[in-house]
Design a protein around this ligand. Structure first.
Ligand code: CA
Ligand code: CA
Length: 583
């Protein structure tokens, strides 16, 4: 008998030859690490979820259909796992599951490994956070990445950390910047060709955005790509070209503290070998200080995973003035032979791009009451602004406060960080959207390390009396809204679609809901006991389909939401992972 070398690569099977016959045996769970094949095929393989977005392309779709629009009446909790302690706050993670173990982050940079069948804890890791971290929007984390025998995630004190999946011990960690200057990190890294790739947050503190690729096994830095024009990237420790052209779209020296935080996770399209990453607001918010388009703020940048070079870009909001961070996921999908990508932006418009070159294919509003721009010019890709830019403080009598504008969406966005889902069965995108407006004004500001660098004041309010949130089914090619389900509170959680003709999403009121993907009919709901701001996953194990969703209210809305936050007071905190199956 002899073992065939390299036969463990499938992650599930090892092969042996006995008397000339090739036989496949189950591989023990401890030995089988996550491979690039596992990650590249994640969207199709239903026994695991090993990447953020249920596949690097971020469609958040599972072909599983045991739980469907007919059987869902029998869906009930299998167990609830408590994240425990006194540490609650927002739970924005998307869990992962591999070989019968769930790996998830929780608030305050905790990580848990959980037996996926029983809900029993296998290990827990508690990251020690220093005094003086500067997270913008609660002590949240959006999840991690699996590669080999590592669980890799980012922290509020701006580290990327790899844990041993067998025991939760730190294997390597690397810096993503100085937390005292406002760098922090909340998104899940993506794994592409053996590299762990992540961005960084801090656009409200005048940091300079950077996407970095590390050797996922060792943590060695491979490349870094600044997101703001004028800064120089690196590859293997050597300079690797400037981002953009110095002073082409930025005046003077402001690009040196130009923001552009790529704080959400990127997506990766294997067909075109392209990473697509959203870039946040140029700093400061006061756009009068930085006349010009301010590349690559509020853009999707397409990166070569081997070198970190920018292949193409598309800017959603030139000379951005409303904090419409363009960090929303850019999601690959195909229509016939067209290789497309969709992006529901915080600015209230839904964009369809040709993902081979970044050219605009379609753009239309997906929210009501959007007032900052009337439309997007499909030839140039530029918005037709509607005179809602806050006034220049220099034009005011005392130079201290520019004219106030009332505008929507608010800076919390027509949608925000949470991923929409795309169902190849219906050809529709499902977008958690919100209708909020704001009063916004500009003030003078100068950069000071570790201090808010915004030059703006604001007050957020609901647009309508009866609802703020709405889950919407959108045809990306026609812009048609096929259905919507309104929600009193703003929606702040990821969505998932399945082969069972279902769309799942959570609400701040605590409900985890399933709706018919074709009609929007609500077919099932369960109250998890606290508001949901995390993303669900589904997988099958032992012949059963499981669904997991984090529960725990917090994140940006209660911190920044003004009148909206007041309207939804009384939602209790919590901190748990709720797992469902059919009974
Ligand atoms: Ca999978
Ligand atoms: Ca921002």
């Amino acid at each position: 008998m002899k073992y065939i070398s390299g036969a463990c690569e499938s992650g599930f099977l090892k092969s042996i030859t006995i008397a000339g016959a090739l036989i496949a045996l189950p591989m023990s769970s401890s030995a089988a690490g996550v491979t690039m094949d596992d990650i590249n095929n994640d969207a199709k393989t239903t026994g695991d979820v090993v990447s953020h977005g249920i596949g690097n392309q971020g469609q958040r779709y599972s072909p599983l259909a045991k739980i469907n629009d007919k059987t869902i009446k029998s869906l009930a909790p299998a167990y609830t796992f408590s994240f425990g302690g006194e540490k609650m706050r927002g739970q924005e993670a998307q869990p992962l599951v591999h070989n019968g173990v769930i790996y998830t982050t929780a608030s305050y940079n905790r990580v848990f490994a959980i037996n996926a069948e029983t809900g029993m804890q296998i290990w827990a890791y508690e990251h020690r956070l220093p005094e003086g971290i500067l997270p913008c929007c609660d002590v949240i984390n959006r999840g991690g990445a699996l590669y080999d025998n590592l669980f890799i995630f980012t922290t509020l004190d701006a580290l990327i950390v790899a844990l041993d999946t067998s025991n939760g011990k730190v294997v390597w960690k690397q810096s993503l910047g100085d937390f005292k200057a406002g760098h922090s990190a909340t998104s899940a890294p993506i794994i592409v060709d053996g590299k762990a790739i992540t961005g960084v947050a801090g656009g409200e503190f005048g940091i300079v955005g950077m996407v970095r690729a590390f050797d996922a096994k060792t943590g060695k830095l491979i490349w870094e790509r600044p997101t703001i024009e004028g800064h120089v990237g690196t590859l293997n420790g050597k300079p690797n070209g400037m981002t953009g052209t110095l002073n082409a779209t930025w005046p003077g020296d402001l690009w040196k503290v130009g923001g552009g935080a790529p704080w959400n996770n990127g997506t990766y399209d294997l067909e075109t070998d392209t990473i697509m990453w959203g870039v946040g607001n140029p700093a400061p918010w006061n756009s009068h200080m930085r006349p010009g388009d301010n590349l690559y703020g509020i853009s999707t940048i397409a990166l070569d995973p081997a070198t970190g070079k920018i292949k193409w870009h598309f800017q959603y909001t030139p000379n951005e003035a409303w904090d419409y961070d363009g960090t929303n996921h850019t999601i690959a999908f195909n229509k016939g032979k067209q290789k497309l990508a969709a992006h529901a932006d915080r600015n209230g418009f839904f964009y369809v791009l040709d993902r081979t070159n970044g050219k605009l294919v379609n753009a239309f509003p997906f929210v009501e009451g959007h007032s900052w721009a009337t439309s997007i010019d499909l030839k140039t890709g530029r918005p037709i602004e509607a005179g809602k830019r806050p006034g220049n403080p220099a034009d005011s009598a005392d130079g201290k406060k520019g004219a106030v504008v009332t505008v929507s969406p608010s800076f919390l966005g027509g949608t925000n960080w949470y991923g929409p889902t795309y169902s190849p069965d219906t050809g529709l995108f499902y977008v958690a959207s919100n209708e909020m407006g704001m009063d916004l004004w500009n003030e003078p500001v100068t950069y000071k390390k570790g201090a808010a660098y915004m030059g703006a004041g604001f007050s957020i309010k609901p647009l309508f009396d009866d609802y703020i949130g709405a889950m919407r089914a959108i045809d990306p090619m026609t812009g048609k809204r096929v259905w919507e389900v309104k929600n009193k509170a703003p929606l702040w959680a990821g969505a998932m679609s399945t082969g069972g003709n279902l769309v799942f999403y959570g609400t701040p009121e605590g409900y985890f809901k399933a709706v018919n993907a074709k009609t929007g009919e609500e077919v099932w709901q369960y109250n998890t006991g606290s508001g949901i701001v995390g993303s669900p996953i589904t997988w099958e194990q032992g012949g059963e389909q499981f669904i997991a969703v984090p529960s725990g209210w917090g994140a940006a809305v209660p911190l920044w939401g003004g009148e909206v936050a007041k309207q939804i007071e009384g939602i209790n905190q919590g901190a748990s992972l709720v797992v469902f199956k059919l009974y």
